[in-house]
Design a protein. Sequence first.
Length: 362
Amino acid sequence: MAPLEEFAELEAIPPLKCPPRLLTPLKIAIYTSVFSPSVGGQETLAAILASEFQRVGHNVTVLCETPIANTNRRVGDVRVLRHPLFVQRLLTAWGADVAMVFGATIIGLLPFVLARKKVLVSHQNWLTTADGPVRGWTRKQLLRRVKNCAASEALSVTIPAECEVLPNTYDHSIFTRDANTSAHRDIIFVGRLIREKGCDDLINALSLVIKSGRILTASIVGSGPQEKHLRTMVSDLGLEDYVDFLGPLLGAELAKAYQKHTILVVPSVWEEPFGIVALEGIACGCYVIGTAVGGLPAAIGPCGSVVSPGNPQELATKLIQVSRDGQLRRDAGVSAGVHLAHHSPREIAGRYLRILAQLVAC
């Protein structure tokens, strides 16, 4: 099968009105403010999509603001322009068949609008209201001239223009189950150590669990300004024997950490736009307990459950239930295959490509 034809077999994606253009290599320009080697959900999605587009025969150029030692560099087979001059942005726009822009950023959108190119905007975060009325009005006018998609239903309804839901993917070449790794610890938290991520609620919940007589262990993966406070909490609550701080982990090391745990807890107290961390944990065999905020419940799907944000007692009750109920965890594991298939790189890249091809051909 020719590389460009493999996406034509995705039955879950409605056919385009003008499908033949999909089988013609496209020149795709992608703008993302953050990109490798920076680490985060948007960086992960941008890198996966750029790689998938390039892999099936399209010509991809990424423009970003994330610097490295060399101004211009390829990431894999993908050409990357870092901190490009505005004239470079315009030249890239003029040379592209179609553009994809992450976020409602004026600097990202403007070159493609000026070059009269069709643009797909992928919304990965909430729109800020701190830009002032002029920038806010300008952004709204730009968004009404492009095609919009958002990572979750919760996010899509906040976009001031027609917007469809197109969920995120994860790196399934790294995050997967390992038959040779046993889950000998109970709980894992993965995220930046800031109040918005709710790690302090997890520590308080674990304290309540242990006081109830149920002994669970937890590992905290990440770093951030709240780390000292969290370590002090662990000490003050007498949890040193139950909680390990593993620091930031990436790639295969992070996957191995997931695989060693039974439950991934995502206790965010802010509205998560989506939650790629949930997909990673599910792929590695974890049952996910998250909070009922933003797009996080959609990311978890049938592979876990949600609790109220900022409620350690409710989280403690759920931790006890899940740790005791092996059948509940097994049922979630059975659901993981279908859920993850809907978020695979091939599936999500195929959906993006169909939209981009339709913008070009119709």
